[in-house]
Design a protein around this ligand. Structure first.
Ligand code: ZN
Length: 349
């Protein structure tokens, strides 16, 4: 079975919301959401970026069905209290660390590409700790040092909201990532500190001005861990042609997001979305950036995904669709695993 290293999941959030502080649901397999250990193994999911995301007090609701022209999430996503963010971030990191301590045969926290390959060879899930929205980190970046020591190797300065570091794109369709100002001085300092430590900077939820700022100051490849092609699905979360060109030029990477709202031409959030829609985005990414810059970023446990995949156990259906589309085995391996491991070797070491 094809081994898959995936650029984004919200499984730690799922476990945290269920108050499963030891990750028992994951390890035993609760069948909820998209990922647990048995389904990961059944589908070939051998590793990925495990996101820590702090939810807001008010969860926005999806407004509009796409038939009357627009889809948006209301109310707009507001800021998160920083002390709540610190506590929630440490609790989610703890869930991952506890699982890895108790069951190193099942899951390991990987700090380098060599550790990822070692875990995969041993049959354990290679988890890279990622933060999606840095609300837990204060202006002196002290928390970043501590989180790095705990295993953090990837960070998105913002989620789809504003914080101390910059501005994310709200979820809108049809829309555009050109929304608001660029990185703050604190945001620029955060990017430089991530560069110095060897933490990957993720552009997935950043607005266009913030993307431009990161591109100007970072010394690492540009990465959008879970984003799609704006020309095929006009979501504010998707990448413009110039952004894909900048990513390719930097030797970076884009992970295909399985969220139907970022895949479909009409932006509708319906799971009855064919895998050929995903292949169209992969084709466009390969065309724009080349075979070395394209990978996967499922958004498992964080989004509505095509029914033909269903959950992590259904990943072979996506691999089958790639083969059906004429992708050779070498390309399938690069998209599914190799490109992520190579990118991480060049960014985190
Ligand atoms: Zn996300």
């Amino acid at each position: 079975m094809q081994s898959i290293f995936d650029g984004h999941n919200d499984t730690l959030l799922r476990l945290w919301r269920a108050k499963d502080r030891d990750g028992t649901r994951f390890l035993d397999g609760d069948g909820e959401g998209h990922i647990d250990l048995p389904r990961a193994r059944a589908g070939g999911l051998s590793g990925g970026l495990f996101a820590i995301y702090v939810p807001g007090e008010v969860e926005p609701k999806v407004i509009g069905d796409g038939n009357d022209g627009g889809i948006t999430d209301e109310p707009p996503i507001g800021p998160v209290d920083s002390s709540f963010a610190r506590r929630a971030t440490l609790e989610m990191a703890s869930i991952l660390l506890r699982m890895a301590t108790v069951r190193p045969d099942a899951i390991r926290v990987c700090r380098t590409a060599a550790e990822i390959e070692g875990a995969q060879e041993a049959g354990a899930i290679a988890a890279v700790m990622h933060i999606e929205g840095a609300e837990a980190i204060g202006p002196d970046l002290a928390e970043l040092d501590v989180l790095y020591a705990a295993g953090l190797r990837s960070l998105g300065p913002v989620w789809s909201r504003s914080n101390l570091f910059g501005q994310g794109v709200p979820f809108r369709f049809p829309s555009h990532p050109d929304h608001g100002h660029g990185l703050t001085d604190e945001g620029k300092a955060l990017v430089r500190r991530c560069n110095a430590l060897g933490i990957m900077v993720d552009l997935a939820h950043l607005n266009e001005a913030g993307f431009r700022d990161v591109a100007a100051i970072t010394d690492a490849p540009l990465v959008a861990s879970h984003s799609n092609v704006h020309a095929l699905s006009a979501s504010s979360r998707n990448l413009l042609d110039w952004q894909m060109a900048a990513i390719a030029e930097s030797g970076g990477l884009v992970g295909l997001n399985y969220a139907v709202g970022f895949l479909r031409e009409d932006g509708r959030r319906v799971s009855d979305t064919p895998l050929t829609t995903m292949i169209r985005h992969l084709d466009a990414m390969i065309e724009a950036m080349g075979e070395g810059c394209v990978a996967l970023g499922s958004d498992f446990d964080g989004a509505l995904i095509p029914a033909e995949i269903g959950d992590a156990g259904g990943l072979p259906a996506l691999v089958g669709a790639m083969r059906q589309a004429g992708y050779g085995e070498a390309l399938v391996e690069r998209i599914c695993r190799g490109n992520w491991v190579d990118l991480l070797r060049r960014t985190i070491g």
